[in-house]
Design a protein around this ligand. Structure first.
Ligand code: HEC
Length: 187
């Protein structure tokens, strides 16, 4: 029994002296008394993950796209496998649909057209989350094009409108003014 007790203690002491050695090493590197694990994160590394687009379009990147280009990307990237031909729905939700929200039915089908408050969210969502099996693989131009494809298909922009950082935030979603803000003064 005492053997089993002694072993972890020895291991602990060994780890302790290894820790002291690491701390000394860290001191040499100017990292103070910390273990010196890891590296300071760089601005470029933060930028790669700092992709949130705000409702008013803040943080939209350069680039642009049209519905025609988006229709091609939609098929090339396999969006149709899940969202169906013409984005009319398949195993996963329709992205282009005229289905209305059924008033009073909390389970009513909420679509991009009948529910989403901001056009800029379409860009943000696709860029960060789609395609489902390989998110963050689309270029910004492809995401603009897919956004234009969805907006034009839902008849919220002209068929040949160009979506970019300036034009996309100007697209008003039909349901935008129907949200009840609990703290409007904080916006
Ligand atoms: C492997 C299946 C799959 C593929 C491929 C895929 N998606 Fe999706 N998509 C989903 C699923 C599942 C959801 C719902 C996720 C959720 O609600 O959490 C979704 C949701 C979405 C939504 C939000 C819809 C809504 O009404 O909430 C958009 C927009 C979207 N996908 C766009 C795309 C685009 C554009 C592509 C191609 C680049 C793509 N998806 C490829 C599975 C897929």
């Amino acid at each position: 029994m005492s053997m089993f007790r002694a072993l972890p203690l020895a291991a602990f002491l060994a780890a302790g002296s290894a820790g002291a050695a690491l701390a000394a090493e860290a001191d040499k590197n100017g990292l103070g008394a910390r273990p010196g694990l890891g590296l300071p994160i760089t601005d470029a590394e933060i930028k790669a993950w700092d992709i949130t687009v705000l409702p008013d379009g803040t943080n939209l990147p350069p680039g642009s796209g049209t519905a025609a280009a988006g229709a091609k990307v939609y098929v090339e990237k396999g969006c149709n496998a899940c969202h169906g031909d013409g984005a009319k729905g398949g195993a996963n939700p329709a992205l282009i649909s005229d289905a209305p929200i059924q008033k009073g039915d909390i389970f009513s089908n909420k679509t991009i057209k009948n529910f989403w408050a901001n056009s800029t969210t379409i860009f943000d969502y696709i860029r960060r989350a789609m395609p489902w099996q390989s998110p963050r693989t689309l270029t910004d131009a492809e995401v603009y094009a897919l956004t234009a494809y969805i907006l034009a298909g839902n008849k919220l922009i002209e068929e040949n409108a160009v979506m970019d950082a300036k034009t996309l935030p100007l697209v008003k979603m039909p349901n935008r003014d129907n949200f009840i803000l609990r703290f409007p003064e904080r916006i």
